[in-house]
Ligand binder design. Structure first.
Ligand SMILES: C[S@@+](CC[C@H](N)C(=O)[O-])C[C@H]1O[C@@H](n2cnc3c(N)ncnc32)[C@H](O)[C@@H]1O
Length: 295
């Protein structure tokens, strides 16, 4: 699929878009940091609604996402600066731009539909592809390395902590047993190895939590979130607004507690905003959005 078709296909349904925009209604924004730009759905809508924005910083650790975003944001390029970076490095990015603070920060966490739909990225159990799962292809660690090299105890811990998988011990044991005979290279290799302990395909695929755990581990997602949130809050201007959309309870817990415990923030969402039935993006079903304001 060429990039334009791919762009058209993936960028129609940013999650919780109306709700996201409502937090910036009647707010004047001069500078904004979108740390997970993706296909720039939220970014484009915000830029459209706020023509007072002068500096829009878009960051994504996936080069392919940035290419698509830059295409989508063409008409705003005089205001937009794009960075191939991890959002946890917001300090480095703002220092490079000579900017002290921003009026808004947004993180729409996890993988994009595009990343899930491109088989060779190895994120999805729907396709047979190399076990990769790196959002940033410049990083050395892939899911294949973890599955083939980590000890049984480490694997169990990852499946338990990052996947909340109650059969973590069995799954780790089975992987270590099977990889002695033959390395586990692809997504379907892993599914085949785990089938005897997790069972055959059901409505929710039995490897869902194992795949989630591996992805979180490969991209160090929870540590990045903790560190990235602290750094981003530190860079919010007085009255500035931060919003985060998360997709599983491990992320949401971190966002909730960080917002609540940070004395410089006023929480704007006592309960997380969740998606209604009208959301067309299937990722939206598990989305939770929280907002806070710097005081
Ligand atoms: C759910 S998508 C964002 C979708 C976007 N809001 C839109 O409307 O198109 C998440 C994006 O964040 C990126 N991402 C995830 N973790 C990141 C991190 N730590 N640093 C930078 N980008 C990250 C992913 O590569 C992916 O492109």
């Amino acid at each position: 699929m060429n990039q334009i078709n791919q762009t058209q296909k993936i960028r129609h349904f940013p999650v919780l878009l109306k709700e996201f925009l409502s937090f910036f209604e009647n707010v004047s924004i001069n500078s904004f940091f979108d740390g997970t730009l993706g296909a720039a759905g939220h970014a484009e809508a915000l830029l459209e609604a706020h023509d007072e924005i002068e500096i829009f910083i878009g960051c994504d650790q996936d080069k392919e996402a940035l290419n698509i975003a830059s295409d989508c944001l063409k008409r705003y390029m005089n205001k937009v600066s794009l960075f191939h970076e991890n959002y946890k490095n917001i300090d480095k990015i703002l220092n490079e731009m000579n900017i002290k603070t921003v009026d808004g920060v947004f993180l729409d966490l996890g993988v994009s539909s595009m990343q899930l739909d491109v088989a060779e990225r190895g994120f999805s159990f729907r396709f047979d592809a190399p076990l990769d799962m790196r959002m940033n292809k410049d990083e050395p660690l892939s899911a294949k390395d973890i599955v083939n090299e980590y000890s049984e105890i480490e694997l169990e811990k990852i499946f338990k902590e990052y996947g909340e998988e109650h059969r973590a011990k069995k799954a780790a044991k089975q992987i270590v047993l099977k990889r002695k005979k033959k390395p586990i290279i692809t997504t379907f290799d892993l599914i085949e190895v785990l089938e005897p302990v997790l069972g055959k395909r059901r409505r929710i695929h039995p490897v869902t939590k194992i795949f989630q755990a591996l992805r979180i581990c490969v991209n160090d997602e929870l540590n990045v979130l903790k560190q990235g949130l602290e750094n981003a809050i530190g860079r919010l201007s007085h009255g500035g607004i931060i919003g985060v959309i998360s997709f599983h309870s491990l992320e949401d817990r971190i966002v909730k507690h960080t917002f609540k415990e940070n004395k410089t923030l006023q929480v704007l969402t006592k309960k997380p905003i969740q998606s209604g039935y009208e959301e067309k993006n299937p990722r939206a079903r598990s989305a939770k959005m929280r907002f806070a304001k710097k005081i």
